[in-house]
Design a protein around this ligand. Sequence first.
Ligand SMILES: Cc1ncc(COP(=O)(O)O)c(CNc2co[nH]c2=O)c1O
Length: 411
Amino acid sequence: SAPLDVERIREDFPILQRRVGDDVQLVYLDNAATTQTPNQVIDVFGDYYRGYNANVHRGIHHLSQEASIAYEEAHDRLAEFVGASGGREEMIFTKNTTESINLVAYAWGLNELGPGDRVVLTEMEHHASLVTWQQIAKRTGADVEYIRVDEDGRLDMDHAAELIDEDTQMVGAVHVSNTLGTVNPVADLAELAHDNDAYIFVDGAQAVPTRPVDVEAIDADFYAFSGHKMAGPTGVGGLYGKKEILEDMEPFLYGGDMITKVTYEDSTWNELPWKYEAGTPLIAEGIAMAEAADYLDELGMENIRKHEQELAEYAYDRLSEFDDIEIYGPEPGPDRGGLVSFNLDSVHAHDLASIMNDSAVAIRAGDHCTQPLHDKLGVAASARASFYVYNTREEIDVLIDAIDDARELFS
Ligand SMILES: Cc1ncc(COP(=O)(O)O)c(CNc2co[nH]c2=O)c1O
């Protein structure tokens, strides 16, 4: 593995040259919300709409065949990117991680869950997983239990082993927490689930962009991610599912392209993954997401993971210099992804973020769609700095200086 050549990488992202507010150089540290998009991915849209825009699924004419092949091969590429040996048959394109989770919660959960069944989540789940499984459990009479997060932001695996039992039908777990940065032992959770004949759905929104992911090594039954978090476009995401499960599961959305034969009485379904992709899909977006996978693989996923770990370590250490800053989540190391959530005493996270903004530092403040976790932490909101392949230590120094400004202002 090799350190990332950040200066060269930054040339691929023109937006990073932006000057904002009072003509100040942008420092973009909100990558857990969405990452920026390299020229290589942006160019896909111009090439597509200027060169081979057509509806997919093998129309008779040249353009449709070109668009179909590119869109279908994008599925093979993303399957390969997450280690799915079944290729496109195990890779459904959705709108985003949220829709990927909803697809399984509706298509599997509504039909398979009932009173006496259990869904086990973690206390650090994002609302995309927590609210979805919570509401499907409510509609089906199943119950939901939450694996405890201990005081240093890690999952209590003894508690996990207690909760995941013979009544458990589904385990939902975030791979990398978007609030704590915790990297969870999802392969161990998968083993606990499978020992109890339950499925596991891993939320990989913050993992796929930032580290090597191998869904078969994890033995995930389902694995979700979003294009816009992996240097790709908004509007498209991926749902990996084991082929044998996707074969049995009911479709989520009905309509064109997901069928084989339709009569007035009934219909039969298309082959995988098209059975789960009704209507005209996000064609250019799917092709662009495959380009993003190529871009990241070119940098090296292990190199990206190391870069993120180093930046998180540096940010954690610099923030730890001050006794008026509280940091959430595990200490730096392989268990912490490339983000740090924190609070500055006596300054509300929103006020802090808006002062950061005066210095053109873009961070996020709020509950990061993990309200129950913030309740557990005893805070309404937190500030979060999150890093990616184009961020530098110098940008973290600007963050620290801007926090100093906030401290001055509010002292
Ligand atoms: C762990 C996790 N799961 C699911 C989602 C939902 O992804 P989407 O469907 O593409 O929106 C996010 C997005 N997290 C954030 C979005 O904005 N700030 C965030 O932290 C996430 O971080």
